[in-house]
Design a protein around this ligand. Sequence first.
Ligand code: NAD
Ligand code: WQD
Length: 332
Amino acid sequence: MAVLVAGGAGYIGSHISIELLNNNKEVVIVDSLMNSNEDVIKNIENITNKKVKFYSLNMINEDELEKVFKDNNIESVIHLAGLKAVGESVKKPLEYYYNNLVITLNLLRIMKKYNCNKFVFSSSATVYGQPKTVPIKEDFPLSTTNPYGTTKLMIERILKDLYNSDNSFRIVMLRYFNPIGAHESGLIGENPNGIPNNLMPYITSVASGKLEVLNIFGNDYNTKDGTGVRDYIHVVDLAKGHIKALEKIEKDDGIFVYNLGSGRGYSVLELVNTFEKVNNVKVNYKFTDRRPGDIAECYADISKAEKELNWKPTKTLEDMCRDSWNFIKNSK
Ligand code: NAD
Ligand code: WQD
């Protein structure tokens, strides 16, 4: 009996695969490598001293994906595969809707055919749109501001409809806040190609000299120091949340939704200052205009996940900054 990790060569999926292997699960990874590479698979094996079965395939191809279910006894699926860049999704909406929706439909149709009923989905805090208050609870109104976010919301709705039509499915939708950090080995982490969209990879690029200066988007927000506040969570804490989500649907029927964040808000300046301090490096920055679409503050109420999943993040902002930098130094 194996867990299929769709998108398992990616940033978050690779950390989840390690946690699964450490919990003695058999792991099958499917990934097209469109935003990752095969070295990640070797590194997962090196870190855990265990083997994973890897299929390099585009999940748009339903026949190839079905073969994975034919060849293996897949007991549950963690679905992380998808395109994830907010700005790019505005420029290429059809690509985003096509990729993210079709691969999910293919996966669910095949799962139904093979009577595989346990599904954990990577959703995002982006489905809360522009929340009126913080901290954000799971029952807050949902809306989106870009095609990427809309794919997440549409998939959540598809999953609800699927469950309503067939309640043998057991589904967990995990709404991630801002994952950063890396595995403590320094062997896997986040190192996007080109100019990064997200704050932490931008910080590491400036610290390593790849980029000259970090533009801090706005210092006139109504926050503790004027810069945007977000809920950064260590990717290893996030990965452990998936183990708990699987345990939940191993014992309980239903469809569930949980926020996964640290439950705390940190400003851009707090993150930059902590990064500089724990790593003893300089991050040049300047203040620029606000980024269109950004909100002042976004952080999670994580009490539902703490209570129902018996999960609690344990890593500090210092750990996140140290591990992110350790990975980049190691991969130079
Ligand atoms: P990632 O890009 O590192 O991983 C996604 C993986 O999916 C990549 O390895 C990519 O090659 C693969 N993939 C994409 N389309 C595919 C296809 N058609 N067939 C097969 N493989 C395909 O991204 P990540 O940061 O690890 O994010 C994982 C998931 O979590 C995504 O669904 C993302 O939307 C969601 N999420 C991420 C964040 C974040 O800030 N990183 C926040 C909230 C939600
Ligand atoms: C964090 C803070 C920026 C870059 C995005 C997606 C969301 C989710 C996580 C997938 C903000 C500031 C950033 C920079 C900056 N992804 N910033 N200079 O916007 O909270 O969320 O990633 O689901 O859907 O929207 O994350 O890392 O881009 O920004 O000042 O160069 O850093 O303004 O306050 P965000 P982020």
